[in-house]
Design a protein around this ligand. Structure first.
Ligand code: BG6
Length: 506
């Protein structure tokens, strides 16, 4: 990775949770690795009135305890690069102030017009910020590039995403728009492409002839925490499925791109999304399950239900768990079911994809059940990142008794001292103008188009149940019924990739 060009980074929502938890620490990591530009400034904006010093102290607190934080001159240089300006997105004069500050910094620091705007604010404000910046000519590339990072959710459904796109494209070129999905910044998500396309052994099996079904789980043990009011209007389908989970599906299912450049990869991704078979309204009940966590004792501690969370209605029907079964209508995947699920307050935090290969056509040894769970390739996104293959081996001794054994690779074995956070990679890519791991508008729209019928049915048909599930369980039991074959179930993953059954650490 190389040092980025000199530039100014403007963070809208600079005092917000995302800025302090992810964006600022990512900039700091890039800084200590020597990947930040030689000359840069970070301008944070927000409605509150604080000065540079107060803001720099907040930045410093956000970095407390970060590995590598030296507390020496390097840190002082980093802190001094931060500035704060009050900006109410509805007030045109505030954009003028921002433009003035940018001009001053550019001339003092001898930085060209290169500017990265990071919109870390609620999406309803994008409608104001985009024309506000354009009104001051801050979208013009005459004096250097201008890029806009847009946080998810990008729209609320298909129609609102079309509207938002149109609005942004009034002032910006598509090449200036960087729609972020932090899952694409995860090393292990990118590694799906490397596993598939740098090895000859998997690809011949990676299709309907050998794959029985694909299962993707992204479970979280936390609840909605302090984000109840955001989550109420969002739910698991919009929060996790429309973006993170469908991207995992895209990486698992895509055809080999002609090269590793942005256009080729994004072309293949969108082909997958456009091949997702829409769920017919009459099938929504059969192909999808929604749930909401209820209060329960977990490991001796009482965890309240979703409806008791701050900012959540007592009669809320918002789903905190979603599971879907669907098909990808193309030559590679025709007829192969994909099962995906995500939920909050599940037993553990795990994200993984499981490729279930077809069983042998004629089983010779000790009955079918002897190798339950064999023929699986598990791609673990987090935690204990790695890859696990489960297959049958002979148990030493008489006869031919078979046992399911593991062949596992843990990402930590690659001797890297740390796996970089997704935001580091993505922000650095944007600084360098690389949009490969950002979402193109056609992909966002195709993903919404696929989910719209489900969203519609869940909204309009109150007879589709929102199943309650006790905190600390794997979601509604009815989700097991999505997998139609009685001998198959979801995998119930452990925190440690290679652990199984009774040894499971959650
Ligand atoms: C965010 C969602 O996009 O992803 C959160 O809004 C969720 O609700 C988070 O908790 C999960 O991200 P990660 O990286 O912890 O898997």
């Amino acid at each position: 990775m190389n040092r980025a060009e000199n530039q100014i980074i403007v963070i809208f929502g600079g005092r917000g949770d995302l800025a302090m938890r992810k964006i600022v620490p990512a900039l700091y990591e890039l800084f200590i690795q020597g990947l930040m530009p030689e000359r840069f400034a970070v301008v944070a904006t927000g409605r509150s009135k604080v000065d540079d010093e107060v803001y720099r102290n907040e930045v410093s607190s956000a970095l407390t305890g970060k590995a590598g934080k030296e507390g020496g001159k390097g840190d002082d240089d980093f802190m001094r690069a931060f500035f704060y300006t009050t900006l109410d997105p509805l007030v045109p004069g505030d954009y003028r102030e921002l433009a003035g500050l940018l001009n001053r910094l550019r001339s003092e620091m001898k930085i060209q017009g290169n500017t990265l705007f990071y919109l870390s604010v609620p999406p309803e404000i994008y409608d104001e910020i985009s024309p506000g910046l354009a009104g001051q000519g801050l979208n013009s590339e005459a004096d250097g590039w201008k890029r806009l990072i847009i946080e998810k959710p990008f729209g609320y459904d298909y129609a609102s995403a079309v509207h938002l796109n149109r609005l942004l494209l009034e002032h910006w070129e598509e090449s200036q728009l960087f729609r972020i999905d932090h899952y694409l910044g995860k090393e292990t998500v990118q590694n799906i492409l490397v596993t598939r396309f740098s090895n000859g052994i998997f690809e011949p099996l990676w299709n309907r002839n050998y794959v029985h079904h694909v299962e993707i789980t992204s479970s979280e043990s936390l609840g909605v925490e302090k984000r109840g009011s955001y989550y109420e209007g969002t739910g698991a389908l919009r929060d996790m499925v429309q973006n993170h989970l469908l991207h995992l599906v895209g990486f698992i299912a895509m055809e080999p791109p002609s090269s590793i450049d942005s256009t080729s990869i994004r072309n293949e991704l969108v082909k997958v999304f456009e091949s997702l078979r829409p769920v017919k309204p009459e099938d929504v009940r059969k192909m999808t399950i929604r749930g909401q966590y209820t209060g329960a004792h977990v490991k001796g501690e009482w965890l309240g239900g979703y409806r008791e969370e701050e900012g959540v209605s007592k009669t809320s029907m918002t789903e905190t768990f979603a599971a879907l079964k669907f098909y990808i209508d193309n030559w590679r995947w025709g007829g192969v079911p994909f099962y995906i699920r995500t939920g909050k307050r599940l037993p553990t935090r795990v994200t993984e994809a499981v490729i279930h290969f077809k069983p042998t056509p004629h089983y010779l040894f000790s009955g079918e059940s002897a190798c339950e769970g064999c023929n699986q390739l598990i791609i673990r996104i987090q935690p204990d990142e790695g890859i696990l293959i489960k297959f049958g081996m002979k148990i030493p001794g008489g006869g031919f008794n078979v046992r399911n054994v593991n062949m596992d690779f843990h990402y930590s074995d690659l001797a890297v001292d740390r796996i970089p956070d997704a935001y580091e990679r993505l922000i650095h890519d944007c600084m360098n103008g690389d949009s490969t791991l950002y979402t193109r508008s056609d992909a966002v729209l195709a993903a919404w188009k696929f989910l719209d019928p489900v969203l519609q049915a869940w909204k309009d048909d109150p007879s589709i149940p929102v199943y309650g599930y006790p905190a600390g369980t794997w979601g509604p039991e009815t989700a097991d019924g999505l997998i139609e074959e009685p001998e198959l179930t979801w995998r119930y993953p452990c925190k440690n990739l290679a652990d199984d059954g009774v040894y499971c650490e959650l």
